[in-house]
Design a protein around this ligand. Structure first.
Ligand code: UD1
Length: 339
């Protein structure tokens, strides 16, 4: 069964391609290499023994997208990762983000509607909840006004898909709302490859320990949490990748409860920034150089998932721990830095 993975050479995309191939799917990747490297294909091949089909293609090129789908009418499902994801950059360049994330989504959906099997998995984010009023966060928690154009593209993207589902009975879609994806494949053959200075906590930690950054700034120590630092739900990227395979299989098997569904993908456990640092120090044996710094604008105090819907209805559960994630992230960092 042939599956299209857009953004399949990116961080979450590449781990999902591995899990799809492990389950016997034939994978076609579309990626424009704007935030990924062609070398990732080698890592995927080394882990699975199979090289996915790869097309370098910019999804904003509507005609090329149409031509691609005409050549691959036998696709049974699409997992759509390709999108820009830097929050700060999206504030600086809103039109770039709306164009990259929404035009491409619309072109994809138009093409998917023309397939025999219109099954679609969308990369959404817990960012749609903003600072939720209650923890843990349920899927039916209110969607708060987006803090950034990036967050807005995820909210609008979900709406576009939902409206499309309403008028197309044969179109089936699932939005997966990721909490904080971290870690790397245990083989250390694929992992996260941030461009420039990492904005996210875990790659900043591993790069600091590897000597690329001098010191981690912990943004805020006076939040109303037990140790004063922010709390997030850190989900191992391999568990997250498996959620995509399960969601796709659900659509293929037609076991979905309605033609548009939303699931939280997290561990259900909140960890503070200091707990993440402690986990890293424990599994790596390295002492991390960090200091407390002022709060980062736009950060929320805490966000962690209620995972009962994904556990009970989707039949997926996170299996790996924060320690597993930090160990694999560190092994990956050491591998790419030749440490
Ligand atoms: C961020 C984005 C979110 C996006 C997600 C994707 C922001 C405000 N939010 O989430 O929209 O969906 O990435 O992965 O950018 N921290 C430090 N020092 C650092 C970096 C981070 O203390 O150098 C802290 C942050 O204050 C936060 C936690 O670590 O409390 C996690 O930060 P990060 O990895 O950037 O994720 P989010 O902010 O949750």
């Amino acid at each position: 069964m042939k599956v299209l993975v857009t953004g399949g050479l990116g961080f979450i995309g590449s781990h999902t391609v591995v899990e799809l191939q492990n389950k016997g799917f034939e994978v076609v990747i579309i990626d424009d290499l704007s935030n990924s490297s062609i070398d990732v294909l080698e890592g995927i091949t080394a882990i699975t023994g199979k090289t996915p089909i790869f097309e370098k293609l910019d999804l904003k090129d509507k005609l090329k997208v149409e031509t691609f789908f005409n050549a691959h009418k036998d696709i049974v499902g699409v997992i759509h990762f390709a999108a820009s994801k830097a929050v700060g950059e999206s504030v600086e360049k809103p039109l770039l983000y709306y164009e990259n994330n929404l035009n491409t989504l619309i072109y994809m959906l138009k093409s998917v509607l023309g397939l025999q099997a219109s099954n679609f998995i969308f990369s959404s984010s817990c960012t749609v909840y903003g600072q939720a009023d209650a923890m843990p966060i349920l899927e039916n928690a209110p969607v708060k006004p987006a803090e950034s154009p990036y967050g807005n593209t995820k909210q609008i993207g979900e709406e576009i898909i939902k409206d499309t589902c309403k008028v197309n009975d044969n179109f089936n879609a699932i939005s997966l709302r990721y909490f904080n994806p971290v870690g790397a494949h245990e083989s250390a053959k694929i992992g996260e490859l941030p461009l420039g200075v990492p904005q996210n906590l875990v790659p900043f930690i591993t790069q600091t320990a590897a000597g690329l950054r001098e010191q981690l700034s912990v943004f805020g120590d006076d939040y109303p949490t037990p140790d004063g630092t922010c709390i997030r739900d850190y989900i191992h990227v391999v568990d997250l990748a498996k959620a995509h395979v399960i969601a796709l299989q659900r659509l293929i098997d037609k076991t979905n409860a309605s033609n548009y569904e939303v699931f939280n993908i997290g561990t259900g456990k909140g960890s503070s920034v200091l707990e993440v640092i402690k986990s890293f120090e424990k599994v790596s044996g390295e002492k991390l150089n960090y200091k407390f710094a002022p709060r980062r604008a736009g950060d929320i105090t805490k966000a962690y998932a209620d995972t009962s819907k994904s556990n009970n209805e989707l039949g997926w559960k996170a299996e790996l721990t924060l320690d597993d994630a930090m160990r694999s992230a560190w092994n990956w960092e050491k591998k790419i830095r030749n440490l």
